[in-house]
Write a protein that binds this ligand. Structure first.
Ligand code: HEC
Length: 119
């Protein structure tokens, strides 16, 4: 019984470590559109990010707001926005307490990687 419990605890420990390393998928190079693919994602953020709490992620201002310090075009790993979706490098996890599915994180990663265009 004791052996069983310790194996279980150990396997949980290793699972957690693996989950912390996010390996992006390039989506086969399909170009993403800020309007069509990215803006709809912010519907899960605007409850809090609607002016008082930066970045303002409301539809008409989110692009300018994000490019003003939260996104480094072509460099997701250096972008606070991407870090916030993983909760790494001292940036709080967004949305707070409930990490997005990989597909959404990938979309943001690829949009930034493709130059963070206003398309
Ligand atoms: C429940 C409210 C809430 C929701 C929902 C939320 N945020 Fe936040 N967000 C905050 C608060 C509060 C802060 C500032 C304090 C902090 O960093 O923890 C913040 C900070 C941030 C920052 C700045 C981090 C920094 O270090 O400068 C980014 C980027 C961000 N949020 C992105 C998002 C995105 C993208 C979403 C949707 C996926 C989201 N947030 C959803 C409350 C929220």
């Amino acid at each position: 019984m004791i052996v069983g419990v310790s194996l279980f605890v150990n396997s949980c420990y290793y699972d957690t470590t693996e989950d912390d390393v996010f390996i992006p998928d390039d989506g086969n190079g399909t170009e993403l559109s800020y309007q069509n693919d990215i803006i709809p994602l912010w519907s899960q953020c605007v409850a809090c990010h609607r002016g008082d709490e930066p970045p303002d992620l409301r539809d008409n201002v989110s692009y300018d707001e994000l490019l003003n310090g939260y996104v480094v075009p072509g460099d997701p790993e250096a972008s606070i926005l991407y870090k916030s979706l993983l909760g790494i490098d001292g940036v709080s996890l967004m949305p707070p307490g409930s990490k997005w599915p990989d597909s959404k994180i990938n979309a943001v990663y690829n949009w930034i990687d493709q130059g963070a265009k206003d398309n």
